[in-house]
Design a protein around this ligand. Sequence first.
Ligand SMILES: [Zn+2]
Ligand SMILES: [Zn+2]
Length: 407
Amino acid sequence: MSADLAELYRDLHRHPELSFAETRTAAVAAGRLRAAGYEVTEGVGGTGVVGVLRNGTGPVALLRADMDALPVAEDTGLDYASTARGTARDGEDTAVAHACGHDMHVTCLAGAAAELASTPDTWTGTLLVVFQPAEEIGGGAHAMLDDGLLDRFGVPDVVLGQHVAPLPAGVLAVASGAAFAGSDTVRVTLHGSGGHGSRPETTVDPVLLAAATVLRLHTVVSREVAATETAVLGVGMLRAGTKENIVPESAELGLTVRSYTPAVRERVLGAVRRIVRGEAAAAGAPRDPEVRVVETFPPVVNDAAAVERTRAALATATPLPVVDPGPVTGSEDVGAFATAAGAPCVYWLLGGGDPAVFAGASTVDEIRDRVADLPSNHSPRFAPVIEPTLSTGVAALVAAAREWLRP
Ligand SMILES: [Zn+2]
Ligand SMILES: [Zn+2]
């Protein structure tokens, strides 16, 4: 069983697919569910896969894994590293890698689904196993819901799932309340007036405008968000110009904003709009800039009572303590299923960090220091160790499902 799952993991890792292009991954997941006896529907919300297994009366538990990979060139040096390529959203050819570990999520859920199917005396009710496309662009959960997920397959009483993280492998971590930040992706177009690089007085330089804007945007969190609140504002994309001696016509910025409450979100997005407009005015821009929110993830809120109930189950899945990671600044669309169903969500972290990195660390501070040494999700060097990550992830899903479907 575990050798078979490890092989499945390496296979998925070698064959990553970008958001909404997870056709091979979906077919593999569907095949696993069929083999385990699930009623399987493919093509839900694009490439999504739903497996239903009814086992007497009782509640409905939704178990979710996301399937998509990222436009990243893998640099892990693993013998099963990806060399795959795909077409990015801007139409450009790109390297593709499972730099967020969704291949681990798919493998764990395939393993858990099979184990639950083969042990029907340990639970009663209905399992709704969901392999979701396009988590990375925030569209997959909504696409499945818009395709009638709840009407066609049933309304869950709980939504359960996990994300692999750079914690020690085998450690499970779950937070109550706002567990994952809400996220907004913002595109800004700054308009200047182009010309010859030798005659700046005839131009409005959008490169300088962009630079000034980036610097002032970094004052928002430090000066406008209360010390007791949390937010992240980063500029991950800055594009302008084609040649050294040409002042370009425009510049483009791409921002990521993370927040946990609507009030902080509004404050930060309001400040972004104000600063972008203000800097453009200060530069004498010939046209107003454009600010567009192109992607929004609401925060993932873990239901407190449901977390308590699930934490006890998770504790049976690992010999290590189940820890509270505190709020995570990463974002997730898994909460959309719970919100649509009016059901509690419990979404936990699954440690995948190489145990060798943590060797000799015994205090929480020492472990925290070592975590900082590990590549984070989305890094070209991110990859969980297969074991004990995989076995723990399968056991966690199985234990959580049995808890919610207790006979
Ligand atoms: Zn990710
Ligand atoms: Zn992810």
